[in-house]
Design a protein around this ligand. Structure first.
Ligand SMILES: [Zn+2]
Length: 375
């Protein structure tokens, strides 16, 4: 597994999207027909692709985008700086594609030297600034710190001010994995049958003090931290609060906010403290990557349905599929499963790497769903 694959499968994502079918204000009481039992209701699909920002030439970029648009993709999620977006967005819009800025939200190493105190600390006492878990770039900031909040809010504000950008896509909006997806355990020689201290975050001074003020106890003194409901809730709430802050920044500039999240609400809470059902974003893109959980393609339908049901129509859910683990035929089946589970579209990881046979299978599956995709 290469670095980018590892990055994404542990929670990365980027998106471009079209305005119009996602409500711009945080959708609290929408009654959209997104429940799986309402399968006969008319549904307009929207399909997305995570992309790498490797524009070789403008002609090459336009050709790629045109092919993706023809295959039924409407929005691309792509990382880059302001200069990149100023070039990429006008070309994408000419091809009818939305561009969303894909960011790695909490996992970012740029202040390891300048502000090591901003980084999350494990229950064992190690900071990700000095001793990150799993891999050397797994340097997560602590979401509870005011300086981190201000820094990330400013970063999102800067992106949201870019003309023509459709949205900001939050990836790695979470804590480090306290438990990795089960298929990755052998790669790291791990058996994560419970929460171990070296993977459990964040026990920095700020988090310990904040929790002690709330609950009257230092989390380091809890006899069983993984079993302590209020301490778990503190972590969910701290990420929820970061999402709210960043969503407000983007939405103030009339930009959509979407998030790459773990595959189901239960898995997301258990592995990375994401309580995404409560997030005030415009859409979620769960990474329903069956092979990482040793599941079959059929699981994609069940996992999608869990998310859609939990959301209760408050926002659309677009099922993320990991194409490197899918043959063209399996990709077609995966799309069928996601749509049967109530997804309002698909997001492909990653748009640059699909073979012609994969695109063909994808387009055919969208077509046979009878739902208007890529309009
Ligand atoms: Zn902390």
């Amino acid at each position: 597994m290469n670095r980018r694959t590892f990055l994404h499968t542990l929670g990365a994502g980027a998106v471009f999207g079209r305005h119009g079918d996602i409500p711009l204000s945080p959708p609290q009481h929408s009654s959209r027909d997104s429940k799986p039992e309402k399968r006969n209701a008319p549904v307009s699909l929207k399909n997305w692709a995570w992309m790498r920002g490797d524009i070789k030439s403008m002609d090459d970029w336009r050709r790629k985008l045109a092919a993706m648009r023809a295959a039924g993709i409407e929005a691309i999620l792509i990382g880059g700086g302001a200069d990149f977006y100023r070039t990429a967005i006008p070309a994408a819009r000419l091809e009818g594609l939305e561009v969303h800025a894909w960011i790695f939200t909490m996992m970012r190493g740029e202040h390891v030297k300048t502000h090591p105190e901003w980084y999350a600390v494990s229950r064992r006492g190690d900071s990700t600034a000095e001793k990150p878990p799993y891999v050397d770039y797994y340097r997560f900031m602590c979401p509870a710190r005011d300086e981190v909040k201000q820094y990330l809010a400013g970063y999102v504000r800067g992106l949201a001010q870019i003309d023509g950008l459709a949205g900001v896509h939050l990836d790695y909006i979470r804590y480090p994995d306290v438990i990795l997806p089960v298929a990755l355990w052998p790669k790291y020689n791990l058996v994560q049958d419970k929460e171990y201290p070296e993977f459990d975050y964040c026990y920095c001074r700020v988090c310990r003090d904040r929790f002690k003020r709330q609950a009257g106890v230092d989390p380091l003194e809890l006899p069983n931290p993984p079993g302590h409901a209020a301490w778990l809730r503190y972590r969910y709430d701290t990420i929820n609060e970061m999402v709210r802050l960043l969503a407000e920044e983007a939405q103030a500039q009339k930009k959509l906010v979407t998030a790459a999240v773990f595959p189901t609400p239960a898995i997301a809470r258990a592995l990375v403290r994401q309580d995404w059902v409560r997030w005030p974003v415009n859409a979620v893109l769960p990474m329903v990557y069956q092979a990482f959980y040793k599941e079959e393609v059929a699981w994609i339908e069940r996992a999608t349905r869990e998310g859609v049901s939990a959301l209760g129509g408050r926002m659309p859910l677009y099922t993320g599929l990991y194409v490197p683990d899918l043959t063209p035929d399996a990709l077609g089946s995966a799309v069928d499963c996601a749509l049967a589970g109530g997804a309002q579209g698909i997001s492909l990881f990653q748009g640059n790497t699909l073979t012609a046979a994969h695109w063909e299978a994808f387009t055919a599956a969208i077509k046979r769903s009878g739902k208007s995709g890529g309009a």
